[in-house]
Design a protein around this ligand. Structure first.
Ligand SMILES: NC(=O)c1ccc[n+]([C@@H]2O[C@H](COP(=O)([O-])OP(=O)(O)OC[C@H]3O[C@@H](n4cnc5c(N)ncnc54)[C@H](OP(=O)(O)O)[C@@H]3O)[C@@H](O)[C@H]2O)c1
Length: 240
């Protein structure tokens, strides 16, 4: 759908060196977008470097740790100096999920770290990118959430901090959506499905290519009426 809408758009992807983030970069660049690929360690981002070698004109790799304000601001400053300095789309994709978390071994510091990356950082990235987004004709902030953040779907234990962080991200998405609606900004939470990545594991239902292809269709079709919603990769509403 609407490749013409994506072509020429300016997109920031966080966590761009592997998994879904890498695939977002690949597919947006393929569709003609200008992609700012944020990752913590550009020197160690082999797959991303290979992608850039083929699409040097469309992809710029930027060092970005989403938990560090100076790192976010350096990225925002760089994008402001590129082209017309606008940004059409923020894909808050970077995320983390601790392994083996159970009731008996919960640890406050590690739980806080997960909340910081998955819930707080996306909102701070959005806040710092606001001055770029205001120059877009179609500004959107897409927070990659998870069905595991759904209170309605929580029918099992474990995954404490990951599930809580995504539930918090959903709430923060709604709050920001209401605040930014008067400026025409669309803010949504989007569940990618269960995907074969380091986080999703090898037995997941979808490849990253399939998931991102579907999410791009949803993102392309976003209208102000969608803002503040929790969506699935087929565009339907996910229960909170
Ligand atoms: N895979 C699934 O089944 C699934 C399902 C639902 C939701 N999601 C969500 O989808 C998003 C992408 O997940 P994925 O499956 O692609 O996971 P992944 O392969 O584990 O990739 C996670 C990415 O996040 C980055 N990251 C972590 N902490 C960061 C930080 N402080 N600053 C910058 N980047 C950071 C990682 O960078 P490093 O390489 O530097 O660690 C990596 O690029 C996440 O938000 C995840 O919660 C995934």
């Amino acid at each position: 759908m609407t490749e013409s809408r994506t072509s020429g758009e300016r997109v920031l992807v966080t966590g761009a060196n592997r998994g879904l983030g890498l695939e977002f970069v690949r597919q947006y660049a393929e569709r003609g977008a200008r992609v700012f690929a944020g990752c913590r360690n550009p020197d160690g981002a082999g797959f991303l470097s290979t992608l850039v070698a083929h699409r040097e004109d469309r992809i710029e790799v930027l060092e970005l740790d989403v938990t560090r304000r100076d790192s976010i601001d350096a990225v925002v400053n760089r994008i402001a100096l590129d082209g017309d300095g606008s940004l059409d789309l923020v894909i808050n994709n970077a995320g983390t999920s601790p392994r083996g978390e159970e009731f008996s071994n919960l640890h406050a510091a590690s739980m806080t770290a997960v909340l910081e990356v998955n819930a707080i950082a996306p909102l701070i990235v959005a806040q710092r990118c606001h001055r770029l987004l205001v120059h877009s004709g179609r500004p959107r902030i897409v927070n990659i959430s998870s069905s595991m953040g759904s209170l309605a779907h929580k029918e099992s234990g474990r995954h404490y901090s990951y599930a809580a962080s995504k539930a918090a991200l959903n709430m923060l998405t709604r709050a920001a959506a209401h605040d930014l609606a008067p400026e025409g900004m669309i803010v949504v939470a989007l569940h990618p499905g269960w995907v074969q990545t380091d986080l999703g594991g090898p037995h997941a239902e979808l490849t990253a290519s399939e998931s991102v292809n579907d999410m791009l269709t949803v993102i392309d079709r976003l209208e102000p009426a969608h803002s503040s919603r929790f969506l699935t990769r087929d565009g339907s509403e996910h229960p909170w």
